[in-house]
Design a protein around this ligand. Structure first.
Ligand code: GLV
Ligand code: MN
Ligand code: MN
Ligand code: MN
Length: 424
């Protein structure tokens, strides 16, 4: 793209352009030709990790670069004293199926651009900077959401190694095939000692309409909404579609349809509460067979954990009622329970000071999406900066989009935060 002077701020977005170029170049690695799909430890995923590590080492001047036992890419830029405490920052490089180029990746490349500038200027800060490109945040190939950041927080669930993907490949085997040790000891060793870190900051595209609606490039995240996720299955009886009278059917899919509509109504009753059944399948279904089985997912989120949990309880009770009334069985298991993560006030204030220093209005907003910061929240003070998404912030969609100017402002905001922190 052509680099033009930003009319309002009068700068050339050279750093934003760099971030944008990295996003473009990383997006050549995908599991599908049309659309961006990068799920945990696929060949495209491994190629992304190698590419990020190469850029960190060859273009940005990090002192240490490596790929860890779960596939996170870790770059360390030392402070004036190499043993000084570090600021931890980063985001994820995996994507949802047919996702966007910026979700996660912006939060890797913005700090990489900052380190690159520091390196070019020969500048060292009183603290180190550790940038982590997290391997897994989206829970796509395995229901192991936040695996990458969870490993740093000492929250890797050993049962995950035994989980299998859609092709029957266990995570243990996927790790071995990727050349990772697949050992619980090696993974446990990734847990960070909070005493060695100042805090965690994450830059992320907003993935929602708020900043675009207000025509603001940056926003300060006040809290990350908590989420619960489940995988369930309704069991009925497969039978002939032409001969089974309507009254005698035990149709698992129509039961699931009732649940879908219940959740839609229930969630709509409360502002900020959202409920989604994003996976819905009739395994081995046929045009002429009454569905004997229906598998589904549940994802329920709210700003308040209590509001969310009340909706979860009502939805599970409704599932029970629907199945009893229709003479069906069901199974359901929780795959994620993440508590709401309010930003650490001191760190949120640092972002706000940085945004204000750029001459921008400070706007606070909660995050409806989940983020790696939720996991680091358990061990370090954390706060996030949101970058406007264009087209009303559409995300988890190939239309996700940002501008070089907004990426530039994100880099400049992080530079401000680093400068202020250096003086603290
Ligand atoms: C991850 O992107 C999530 O919030 O679902
Ligand atoms: Mn996402
Ligand atoms: Mn994300
Ligand atoms: Mn996410």
């Amino acid at each position: 793209a052509e680099i033009r002077l930003n009319e309002k701020f009068g700068f050339e977005p050279l750093l934003g352009q760099q971030v944008w170029d990295w996003c473009e170049q990383l997006a050549v690695h995908s599991e599908q030709d049309d659309g961006l799909t990068v799920t945990y430890l696929s060949p495209a995923h491994r190629a992304c990790a190698a590419q990020i590590a190469q850029w960190m080492a060859a273009e940005c001047g990090f002192d240490q670069v490596g790929i860890d036992a779960v596939g996170n890419v870790v770059g360390v830029y030392h402070g004036q004293d190499p043993s000084a405490r570090r600021l931890l920052t980063g985001s994820h490089y995996d994507t949802v199926r047919n996702g966007g180029k910026y979700d996660g990746r912006l939060g890797i490349f913005v700090p990489m651009a900052c380190v690159r500038e520091l390196f070019r200027q020969g500048r060292r800060l009183p603290f180190g900077i550790e940038v982590v490109a997290f391997a897994e945040e989206e829970g796509q190939r395995y229901p192991a959401t936040f695996l990458g950041s969870g490993a740093l927080a000492g929250q890797f669930d050993p049962a995950w190694l035994e989980q299998v993907d859609g092709a029957g490949i266990s995570m243990r085997d996927a790790m071995r095939q990727a050349g990772l040790p697949a050992s619980l000891e090696a993974i446990a060793a990734l847990a960070r000692d909070p005493a060695q870190y100042l805090g965690f900051v994450e830059v992320h595209i907003e993935q929602g309409p708020v900043l675009d609606g207000l025509d603001l490039p940056l926003g300060s995240v006040s809290s990350i909404n908590g989420s619960r996720r489940y995988l369930g299955q309704i069991n009925g009886q497969a039978s002939h579609a032409g001969t089974t009278p309507m009254a005698l059917r035990r149709d698992a899919a129509t039961a699931a349809a009732e649940l879908l509509l219940f959740l839609e109504r229930r969630a709509a009753q409360v502002p900020d509460l959202v409920g989604t059944i994003g996976l819905l399948e009739v395994p081995n279904g046929s045009v002429n067979v009454v569905p004997g089985c229906c598998r589904f997912s549940l994802d329920i989120r709210a700003t308040s954990d209590a509001v969310r949990d009340a909706c979860v309880a009502d939805t599970l009770a409704e599932l029970q009622r629907i199945c009893e009334r229709r003479g069906l069985g069901h199974e359901i298991r929780q795959t994620l329970c993440a508590a709401a993560a309010p930003s650490a006030p001191a760190w949120q204030a640092r972002w706000e000071r940085a945004v204000a220093a750029l001459g921008l209005p400070v706007h606070r907003l909660p995050s409806g999406a989940g983020h790696d910061a939720m996991k680091l929240h358990d061990m370090l003070p954390q706060a996030m900066l949101f970058v406007r998404g264009l087209n009303a912030g559409i995300s988890h969609n190939p239309l996700e989009s940002t501008s070089c100017d907004d990426a530039e402002l994100a880099v400049r905001a992080l530079q401000q935060l680093l400068d202020h922190l250096a003086k603290d």
